[in-house]
Design a protein around this ligand. Structure first.
Ligand code: CA
Length: 225
Protein backbone atom coordinates (compact mmCIF):
# COMPACT_ATOMS: atom_id res chain seq x y z
CA UNK A 1 0.00 0.00 0.00
CA UNK A 2 1.29 3.43 -0.96
CA UNK A 3 0.35 6.84 0.36
CA UNK A 4 -0.83 9.04 -2.48
CA UNK A 5 -1.51 12.76 -2.29
CA UNK A 6 -4.04 13.96 -4.87
CA UNK A 7 -4.08 17.71 -5.54
CA UNK A 8 -7.09 18.65 -7.64
CA UNK A 9 -9.59 21.47 -7.21
CA UNK A 10 -12.45 19.81 -9.08
CA UNK A 11 -14.13 17.60 -6.44
CA UNK A 12 -15.73 15.27 -9.01
CA UNK A 13 -12.37 14.57 -10.66
CA UNK A 14 -10.61 14.17 -7.32
CA UNK A 15 -13.22 11.73 -6.06
CA UNK A 16 -13.19 9.47 -9.09
CA UNK A 17 -9.37 9.32 -9.03
CA UNK A 18 -9.49 8.56 -5.33
CA UNK A 19 -11.97 5.73 -5.88
CA UNK A 20 -9.75 4.03 -8.47
CA UNK A 21 -6.61 4.40 -6.36
CA UNK A 22 -8.34 2.99 -3.29
CA UNK A 23 -9.47 0.07 -5.37
CA UNK A 24 -5.76 -0.62 -6.03
CA UNK A 25 -5.24 -0.61 -2.27
CA UNK A 26 -3.65 2.82 -1.86
CA UNK A 27 -4.07 5.24 1.00
CA UNK A 28 -5.31 8.49 -0.59
CA UNK A 29 -5.36 12.05 0.73
CA UNK A 30 -7.05 14.78 -1.31
CA UNK A 31 -6.38 18.51 -1.09
CA UNK A 32 -8.15 21.10 -3.24
CA UNK A 33 -5.61 23.92 -3.64
CA UNK A 34 -1.88 24.44 -4.06
CA UNK A 35 -1.14 26.01 -0.70
CA UNK A 36 -2.83 23.11 1.12
CA UNK A 37 -0.80 20.69 -1.01
CA UNK A 38 2.49 22.20 0.13
CA UNK A 39 1.35 22.20 3.77
CA UNK A 40 0.03 18.65 3.60
CA UNK A 41 3.23 17.38 1.96
CA UNK A 42 5.35 19.04 4.66
CA UNK A 43 3.13 17.50 7.35
CA UNK A 44 2.98 13.95 6.02
CA UNK A 45 5.23 12.03 3.66
CA UNK A 46 3.64 10.70 0.45
CA UNK A 47 4.94 7.95 -1.85
CA UNK A 48 3.51 9.66 -4.92
CA UNK A 49 1.82 12.96 -5.74
CA UNK A 50 -0.84 13.52 -8.41
CA UNK A 51 -0.81 17.21 -9.14
CA UNK A 52 -3.20 19.28 -11.22
CA UNK A 53 -1.49 22.16 -13.03
CA UNK A 54 -4.32 24.71 -12.73
CA UNK A 55 -5.03 25.22 -9.04
CA UNK A 56 -6.31 28.03 -6.81
CA UNK A 57 -4.03 29.81 -4.30
CA UNK A 58 -0.80 28.35 -5.69
CA UNK A 59 -0.60 26.81 -9.15
CA UNK A 60 0.69 23.31 -9.90
CA UNK A 61 4.07 24.45 -11.22
CA UNK A 62 4.78 26.40 -8.02
CA UNK A 63 3.71 23.40 -5.94
CA UNK A 64 5.94 21.11 -8.00
CA UNK A 65 8.92 23.42 -7.54
CA UNK A 66 8.36 23.62 -3.77
CA UNK A 67 8.03 19.85 -3.39
CA UNK A 68 11.12 19.27 -5.56
CA UNK A 69 13.16 21.61 -3.37
CA UNK A 70 12.95 19.04 -0.58
CA UNK A 71 11.93 15.73 -2.12
CA UNK A 72 12.33 13.29 -5.02
CA UNK A 73 8.84 11.87 -4.56
CA UNK A 74 7.34 10.73 -7.89
CA UNK A 75 5.00 13.41 -9.26
CA UNK A 76 2.38 12.84 -11.96
CA UNK A 77 0.99 16.06 -13.43
CA UNK A 78 -2.55 16.54 -14.71
CA UNK A 79 -2.39 18.95 -17.65
CA UNK A 80 -4.72 20.45 -20.24
CA UNK A 81 -5.35 18.34 -23.28
CA UNK A 82 -2.82 18.56 -26.06
CA UNK A 83 -1.08 21.59 -24.61
CA UNK A 84 2.49 20.57 -25.22
CA UNK A 85 3.88 23.67 -23.52
CA UNK A 86 2.09 22.84 -20.25
CA UNK A 87 3.16 19.25 -20.40
CA UNK A 88 6.81 19.99 -21.09
CA UNK A 89 6.75 22.71 -18.46
CA UNK A 90 5.63 20.12 -15.92
CA UNK A 91 8.57 17.89 -16.84
CA UNK A 92 10.99 20.84 -16.73
CA UNK A 93 9.88 21.45 -13.17
CA UNK A 94 10.70 17.89 -12.25
CA UNK A 95 7.46 15.96 -12.69
CA UNK A 96 7.99 12.31 -13.62
CA UNK A 97 5.01 11.88 -15.84
CA UNK A 98 1.81 13.58 -16.90
CA UNK A 99 -1.73 12.70 -17.89
CA UNK A 100 -3.73 15.00 -20.13
CA UNK A 101 -7.31 16.04 -19.33
CA UNK A 102 -9.88 14.78 -19.89
CA UNK A 103 -8.48 11.42 -18.77
CA UNK A 104 -9.99 8.13 -17.75
CA UNK A 105 -9.39 7.30 -14.08
CA UNK A 106 -8.27 3.89 -15.28
CA UNK A 107 -5.42 5.59 -17.17
CA UNK A 108 -4.36 7.51 -14.06
CA UNK A 109 -4.40 4.31 -11.98
CA UNK A 110 -2.28 2.53 -14.64
CA UNK A 111 0.21 5.40 -14.67
CA UNK A 112 0.45 5.30 -10.87
CA UNK A 113 1.12 1.55 -10.98
CA UNK A 114 3.82 2.05 -13.61
CA UNK A 115 5.60 4.79 -11.66
CA UNK A 116 5.40 2.89 -8.36
CA UNK A 117 6.71 -0.23 -10.06
CA UNK A 118 9.77 1.73 -11.10
CA UNK A 119 10.38 2.94 -7.55
CA UNK A 120 10.09 -0.55 -6.07
CA UNK A 121 13.08 -2.45 -7.45
CA UNK A 122 12.92 -6.19 -7.93
CA UNK A 123 15.48 -7.93 -5.73
CA UNK A 124 18.55 -9.18 -7.54
CA UNK A 125 17.58 -7.87 -10.93
CA UNK A 126 19.08 -4.41 -10.55
CA UNK A 127 22.82 -4.20 -10.52
CA UNK A 128 25.44 -1.91 -9.08
CA UNK A 129 27.09 0.00 -11.92
CA UNK A 130 30.47 1.43 -10.97
CA UNK A 131 32.59 3.78 -13.01
CA UNK A 132 35.47 6.13 -12.19
CA UNK A 133 33.36 9.13 -11.37
CA UNK A 134 29.84 7.70 -11.08
CA UNK A 135 28.35 4.89 -9.01
CA UNK A 136 24.78 3.83 -9.79
CA UNK A 137 23.10 1.50 -7.30
CA UNK A 138 20.20 -0.17 -9.07
CA UNK A 139 18.79 -1.81 -5.94
CA UNK A 140 18.76 1.34 -3.84
CA UNK A 141 18.16 3.58 -6.82
CA UNK A 142 20.87 5.93 -5.65
CA UNK A 143 23.64 7.71 -7.53
CA UNK A 144 26.91 9.16 -6.31
CA UNK A 145 29.24 11.40 -8.28
CA UNK A 146 32.79 11.56 -6.95
CA UNK A 147 31.45 10.20 -3.68
CA UNK A 148 28.71 12.81 -3.39
CA UNK A 149 25.08 11.60 -3.48
CA UNK A 150 22.94 13.11 -6.23
CA UNK A 151 19.13 13.17 -6.01
CA UNK A 152 17.45 12.08 -9.24
CA UNK A 153 13.76 11.75 -10.03
CA UNK A 154 12.31 8.38 -11.06
CA UNK A 155 12.62 9.10 -14.78
CA UNK A 156 16.08 10.61 -14.57
CA UNK A 157 17.33 7.58 -12.69
CA UNK A 158 15.68 5.15 -15.11
CA UNK A 159 17.26 6.83 -18.13
CA UNK A 160 20.72 6.97 -16.55
CA UNK A 161 20.54 3.36 -15.36
CA UNK A 162 19.32 2.16 -18.73
CA UNK A 163 22.07 3.95 -20.68
CA UNK A 164 24.82 3.05 -18.20
CA UNK A 165 23.84 -0.64 -18.21
CA UNK A 166 25.31 -0.76 -21.69
CA UNK A 167 28.08 1.86 -21.93
CA UNK A 168 28.88 3.35 -25.35
CA UNK A 169 25.79 1.75 -26.85
CA UNK A 170 23.54 4.27 -28.60
CA UNK A 171 19.85 4.17 -27.67
CA UNK A 172 17.21 6.05 -29.67
CA UNK A 173 14.62 8.19 -27.88
CA UNK A 174 11.91 5.85 -29.11
CA UNK A 175 13.77 2.88 -27.70
CA UNK A 176 14.15 4.62 -24.34
CA UNK A 177 10.44 5.46 -24.26
CA UNK A 178 9.46 1.91 -25.18
CA UNK A 179 11.82 0.31 -22.65
CA UNK A 180 11.16 2.59 -19.71
CA UNK A 181 7.65 3.94 -20.15
CA UNK A 182 6.19 0.88 -21.80
CA UNK A 183 2.58 0.52 -22.77
CA UNK A 184 1.41 3.05 -20.22
CA UNK A 185 2.99 5.90 -22.17
CA UNK A 186 0.91 7.92 -24.57
CA UNK A 187 3.13 10.96 -25.18
CA UNK A 188 6.07 11.38 -27.51
CA UNK A 189 9.82 11.07 -27.39
CA UNK A 190 10.39 14.82 -26.82
CA UNK A 191 9.78 14.25 -23.11
CA UNK A 192 12.99 12.18 -23.06
CA UNK A 193 14.89 15.29 -24.16
CA UNK A 194 13.57 17.20 -21.14
CA UNK A 195 14.48 14.44 -18.69
CA UNK A 196 17.95 14.12 -20.21
CA UNK A 197 18.53 17.87 -19.90
CA UNK A 198 17.61 17.80 -16.23
CA UNK A 199 19.71 14.69 -15.66
CA UNK A 200 22.76 16.41 -17.20
CA UNK A 201 22.29 19.44 -14.96
CA UNK A 202 22.65 17.10 -12.00
CA UNK A 203 25.46 14.77 -13.07
CA UNK A 204 27.61 16.63 -15.58
CA UNK A 205 30.42 18.98 -14.56
CA UNK A 206 29.46 21.10 -17.60
CA UNK A 207 25.87 20.32 -18.70
CA UNK A 208 26.41 22.25 -21.94
CA UNK A 209 29.24 19.88 -22.85
CA UNK A 210 28.10 16.57 -21.40
CA UNK A 211 30.81 13.99 -20.87
CA UNK A 212 28.69 11.07 -19.64
CA UNK A 213 25.26 11.33 -21.26
CA UNK A 214 26.18 12.10 -24.86
CA UNK A 215 23.88 13.05 -27.70
CA UNK A 216 24.49 11.16 -30.92
CA UNK A 217 22.90 13.45 -33.46
CA UNK A 218 20.06 11.96 -35.40
CA UNK A 219 20.26 8.71 -33.43
CA UNK A 220 19.83 9.15 -29.68
CA UNK A 221 21.89 9.00 -26.50
CA UNK A 222 24.73 6.96 -25.11
CA UNK A 223 26.54 6.74 -21.78
CA UNK A 224 30.32 7.21 -21.68
CA UNK A 225 31.98 6.36 -18.34
CA1 CA B 1 -7.81 22.52 -11.90
Amino acid sequence: MSKILVVEDEPMVAEVVERYLRRDGHDVTIVFDGQSAVEQFARERADLVILDLMLPRLDGSAVCRKIRATSDVPIIMLTARGDERDRLQGLELGADDYVTKPFSPREVAARVRAVLRRTTPVEGRERMLEFDRIQIDGARRSVTIEGRPVALTVREFDILYHLASNPSHVFSRDHIVASLWGDDFVGDASTVTVHVRRLREKIEADPARPRHVRTVWGVGYCFEP
